[in-house]
Design a protein around this ligand. Structure first.
Ligand code: UT7
Length: 312
């Protein structure tokens, strides 16, 4: 038992905040941000725009893309670090907004920037066990909620947005979500975490060192497990936290520059939404083609890390 991708969708808020906009309000520069992170702009949701709103639009677009209705789905998993409400889950609120009339199971996973990989991991297990037919997976974040405007070292790094993918059960084990691996290490919790007053606390250089080690490790594990090399993979689409992390990790794995998909310049770090937003961007711009093999490693707060191998 395996799966196949039947639809995708994404949503980016209208408001764009450029590096130059940051220059006007804090002691930073376009040059520093581009050089250290590769980021040039990011999207910020309106004050009245919630994670649920963004998740709902991305999910609706994925359903349209798949030519399905919400009642055709039999499980919804949403990866989000930034929901406005502690309960209920974003996933169940999306069901309500989309007008589901069936009792579809829906829940959230919290794996920070690795959240979408955790959701893919759950979906793969359910397909393998033959437990679900069609799973809608959403990654949605309003990271701008957490910005500490007095801390230039984290304020410039994040963005908002949502992406969604729909997978269907298939008899092929070499399409859809082919393989996943997820890891965590709670001992490194204080390297990157949220504070009680909802701000991002990060030791940037230490987090950087872990990211360049652990993301490629997870990706290599998946390639070894699948018996493939970088030559067999069409695209590496990593979590978009920093251009230097992306390019050095991909180079370590043997990926040439032209196989690395980068959206960190346009979206900045959208946490659990970053990989799925990048996949949607690549489809929308004719970069990614159906049938291609994508390796998607991620890393984030927890620490959490992992990777997925997806034939899209
Ligand atoms: O998605 C989850 C995982 N997250 C990550 O993987 C992020 C990992 N970390 C990073 O990407 C990088 O560590 C950062 C981009 C966050 C920071 O880059 P860095 O090269 O590690 O810089 P740094 O923190 O070592 O700071 C270097 C200098 C400092 O100044 P001094 O002490 O050398 O005078 C900072 O104060 O850069 C300064 N700085 C800034 N300057 C201008 C920090 N933030 C800024 C800023 N504008 N926004």
């Amino acid at each position: 038992m395996g799966s196949r991708l039947v639809g995708y969708g994404s949503y980016l808020p209208e408001r764009v905040m450029t590096n130059q906009d940051f220059e006007k309000i804090m002691d930073t520069s376009d040059e520093w941000i581009v050089q250290r992170t590769g980021m040039r702009e990011r999207h910020f949701a309106r004050d009245d725009e919630t994670v649920v709103d963004m998740a709902t639009i991305a999910a609706k677009r994925a359903l349209e893309n798949a030519k399905l209705k919400i009642d055709d789905i039999d499980l919804v998993i949403c990866a989000s670090t930034s929901p406005e409400l502690d309960f209920p889950s974003v996933a169940v609120q999306v069901l309500g907004k989309l007008g589901a009339t069936k009792n579809i199971p829906a829940y959230d996973v919290r794996g920070a920037c690795t959240g979408f990989i955790y959701a893919l991991h759950c979906a793969r297990a359910f397909f393998t066990a033959g437990m679900h037919e069609r799973i809608l997976i959403i990654g949605a974040e309003k990271m701008s909620r957490f910005i500490d405007w007095s801390d230039r070292s984290t304020a410039v790094l994040f963005g908002d947005g949502a992406g969604a993918m729909i997978f269907e059960r298939s008899t092929s084990s070499y399409s859809g979500i082919i393989d996943t691996v997820v890891m965590s290490d709670g001992r490194e919790f204080d390297m990157l975490h949220g504070s009680p007053d909802h701000h991002i606390i990060m030791n940037g250089p230490e987090t950087y060192k872990k990211a360049v080690e652990l993301m490629p490790n997870a990706a290599q594990y998946i390639m070894d497990h699948a018996g493939i090399t970088a030559d067999n993979v069409d695209w590496i689409i990593p979590h978009q936290a920093n251009l230097r992390i992306i390019t050095s990790g991909a180079a370590r794995l043997g990926f040439p520059l032209e196989k690395i998909l980068v959206t960190v310049d346009k979206h900045a770090n959208t946490s659990a939404a970053s990989g799925v937003l990048a996949i949607a961007y690549a489809f929308d711009n004719g970069i990614l083609k159906h049938g291609q093999l994508v390796l998607y490693p991620a890393f984030g707060s927890g620490l959490t890390w992992g990777a997925a191998l997806i034939r899209v």
